[in-house]
Design a protein around this ligand. Structure first.
Ligand SMILES: *[C@@H]1O[C@H](CO)[C@@H](O)[C@H](O)[C@H]1NC(C)=O
Ligand SMILES: *[C@@H]1O[C@H](CO)[C@@H](O)[C@H](O)[C@H]1NC(C)=O
Ligand SMILES: *[C@@H]1O[C@H](CO)[C@@H](O)[C@H](O)[C@H]1NC(C)=O
Ligand SMILES: *[C@@H]1O[C@H](CO)[C@@H](O)[C@H](O)[C@H]1NC(C)=O
Ligand SMILES: *[C@@H]1O[C@H](CO)[C@@H](O)[C@H](O)[C@H]1NC(C)=O
Ligand SMILES: *[C@@H]1O[C@H](CO)[C@@H](O)[C@H](O)[C@H]1NC(C)=O
Length: 291
């Protein structure tokens, strides 16, 4: 056979090729009948359609499970941290110490609080958070019904902080022995502080050291409650106008006028005994007033 092939002339080869392209005897085109070619084409069309479908399905499933409004993986704590304002530091701990007879000195403290409360200004809150929230209940939102495809956020007005709002007393009590501090809990997306819908988290401050220096502790709003309507938080893209609920605490200092204080946010889902994070669920600070 091999010898035969070698002896073929160029013309014969061309003829062979012509036969291969179109063989009129068998009725084949490129070695296959038109019917077979149709089947092969259909096979490949189906193959690519299915591959495209699978690929699209995979992408769709991925996009469906990914929410553009909240990160999928966050290594953040599952129990929130707590902070205190004025956030002035001593050697290493939070140390709120002031001289009530030195105006420039205590003005620093009240300035920090005024600045911190700026987003909570009543008129500002009326403008950006006009939704009338139902107090005492979680504010679950499955739809994006607020303007610009976002979710509503409940207003938190500065005036709720009463005597510690800085409205009636712009000194926040730092010109005398009744300083106010503000407690804020960090946001955690989708976090619900309590599994009981009738028990909101509240702030409880205790004196760790210097009991004789604190005559009275008052909370604003009453009982130091953080209303449930501020939870859950859906993230900054979904709720761009969200503000954290706050609790202000006013201490009436007497005698030595210095104390070590712990303020805890109490709720069944908020832990506070994490040795790796002293700020989880609570904040400890020194409070000291001099003349
Ligand atoms: C507090 O401020 C007053 C007035 O500036 C000053 O006389 C006094 O020494 C200060 N007290 C302390 C403990 O620094
Ligand atoms: C809130 O803002 C308004 C307008 O900007 C201002 O007049 C008012 O003094 C502010 N209130 C407080 C308590 O700072
Ligand atoms: C908000 O809702 C409460 C209870 O439904 C109602 O009493 C109150 O008047 C409403 N406030 C505004 C500003 O719509
Ligand atoms: C502190 O400031 C408030 C408000 O300005 C004022 O009513 C109060 O008399 C002041 N207290 C002292 C001790 O100066
Ligand atoms: C709430 O949570 C606590 C601890 O996580 C659990 O012991 C309790 O049974 C829960 N209560 C309800 C009503 O789910
Ligand atoms: C606040 O904490 C103290 C100390 O843990 C506790 O004795 C007290 O009952 C708490 N108060 C409230 C209202 O939970």
């Amino acid at each position: 056979m091999a010898t035969l092939k070698e002896k073929r002339t160029c013309g014969q080869r061309c003829e062979d090729f012509g036969h291969f392209v179109w063989n009129s005897e068998n009725g084949t085109f490129m070695g296959r009948t038109p019917k077979k070619w149709v089947y092969i084409s259909l096979y490949y069309v189906a193959f690519y359609v299915i591959m495209t479908g699978l690929f699209s399905l995979a992408i769709w499933v991925l996009m469906y499970t990914l929410s553009p409004y909240s990160p999928d993986y966050h290594d953040r704590l599952q129990s929130p941290g707590v902070m205190v304002w004025p956030n002035t530091y001593g050697e290493e701990d939070v140390e709120i110490s002031y001289n009530m007879s030195d105006k420039a000195n205590w003005m620093k403290m009240s300035h920090i609080l005024h600045e911190f409360l700026e987003p909570y200004n009543d008129t500002k809150q009326l403008e950006c958070n006009s939704y009338n929230c139902t107090k005492g209940k979680y504010f679950f939102q499955n739809t994006f019904s607020a303007p610009h495809h976002t979710k509503w956020a409940c207003p938190f007005k500065q005036s709720i902080l009463g005597a510690c709002s800085g409205i009636e007393d712009p000194t926040f009590g730092y010109n005398c022995t009744m300083p106010c501090v503000i407690i804020k809990m960090n946001r955690i997306i989708n976090f619900l502080p309590s599994n009981h819908t009738d028990l909101p988290p509240y702030v409880n401050c205790t004196i760790l050291d210097g009991q004789d220096s604190v005559a009275k502790i008052e909370y604003f709003p009453d009982h130091g409650i953080m209303d449930l309507s501020y939870f859950p938080y859906y993230g900054n893209l979904a709720q761009p106008t969200y503000v954290n609920p706050l609790v202000a605490v006013r201490f009436s200092l007497v005698g030595e006028k210095q104390a070590k204080i712990q303020c805890r946010v109490v709720s069944d889902k908020i832990s506070y005994e994490n040795i790796h994070d002293p700020y989880e669920g609570k904040v400890i600070f020194y409070l000291k007033a001099v003349k």
